[in-house]
Write a protein of this length. Structure first.
Ligand code: BJW
Length: 233
């Protein structure tokens, strides 16, 4: 592992599953409990804002009842101790990477603890509920929405992510089904750019054949083992 200088890591809902946060596509997961088109599209929000605000208010409040697991902690250790470049990109809207100690996390699908003002466009740190239409801290308009990326919307910081994928030696995908683009396409980008691609997942993702290696198991075991390998040389 000594020759690895630039790593890009992509995490998905699977890394937070053992902390008690539901994944999306598993049996009993979030998309079995709620219709995607109702709660995760701009059209669904326009049709029934109360339903959508309530869905995200509940999930934001639930963060207080969960804690980072060994996989989040291991990635924070990697950030502290790895001498090369590391970009941690998460599709997750929870804050478990930060609470596990990661200081530099790119939330490409937004964050539960952030509000996006539809009037002024500003993003503000947000901890409370939105159901009562609180005013935007910047412009005072009662036009806040959850700062999450819904289907049909552009994920955050794509330029920076593609730049890092084009330059990395190692791409590691952790706990994501590979069902949602553009994140599902990152492995092909990295592979085409010459990076080694490693998947750590409970079950093979949809793009599993594109990885040079897939390790199957729980993130809380696989991620600390892999971090130890990288740091141990
Ligand atoms: C464990 C485990 C354990 C369990 N240990 N592992 C082709 C190209 C480009 C776009 C499209 C395309 N075709 C269609 C599109 C459009 C669309 C899309 O992808 N649709 C698909 C359904 C086909 N994409 C979009 O609209 C995106 N925007 C966009 O494309 O803009 C244009 C653009 C084009 C080109 C370049 C750039 C931009 C936006 C997508 C937004 C997704 N939003 C959501 C909701 C966010 C808010 C919220 O949380 O409510 O994001 S959907 C949902 O899915 C959420 C997740 O981040 C995302 C991914 O889910 P994830 O994390 O993979 O979870 P699961 O449940 O699917 O999988 C869990 C995995 O964990 C499984 O593999 C388990 O095995 C594993 N696991 N326990 C380890 N203990």
């Amino acid at each position: 592992m000594a020759e690895i200088a630039r790593i890009v890591i992509l995490t998905g809902a699977g890394i937070s599953a053992e902390s008690g946060i539901d994944t999306f596509r598993a049996a009993g997961g979030l998309w079995e409990q709620h219709r995607v088109e109702d709660v995760a599209t701009p059209e669904g929000f326009a049709r029934n804002p109360d339903l959508v605000l309530n869905f995200y208010d509940m999930r934001r409040a639930a963060l207080a009842r969960v804690a980072p697991n060994a996989a989040h902690l291991a990635l924070a250790r990697l950030e502290r101790e790895f001498a090369g470049d590391l970009l941690l990109v998460t599709q997750n809207v929870d804050d478990l990477h930060e609470r596990g100690g990661s200081a530099r996390v790119l939330h490409m699908h937004g964050e539960l603890k952030s509000a996006l003002c539809q009037a002024c466009g500003m993003r503000s740190r947000w901890e409370q509920a939105m159901i009562d239409r609180p005013p935007c801290p910047v412009c005072q308009a009662r036009a806040l929405r959850p700062d999450v990326v819904w289907f049909g919307e552009m994920p955050y910081q794509m330029g920076r992510i593609y730049q890092a994928l084009a330059a990395c030696d190692l791409f590691v995908s952790i706990g994501t089904s590979g069902a949602v683009y553009p994140a599902a396409g990152f492995v092909a980008e990295a592979r085409d750019a010459g990076a080694r691609c490693l998947e750590l997942n409970l079950e093979p993702s949809e793009g599993s054949h594109l990885f040079h290696e897939t390790r199957l198991g729980a993130a809380s075991r696989l991620v600390p083992e892999w971090v130890e390998e990288v740091l141990g040389g």
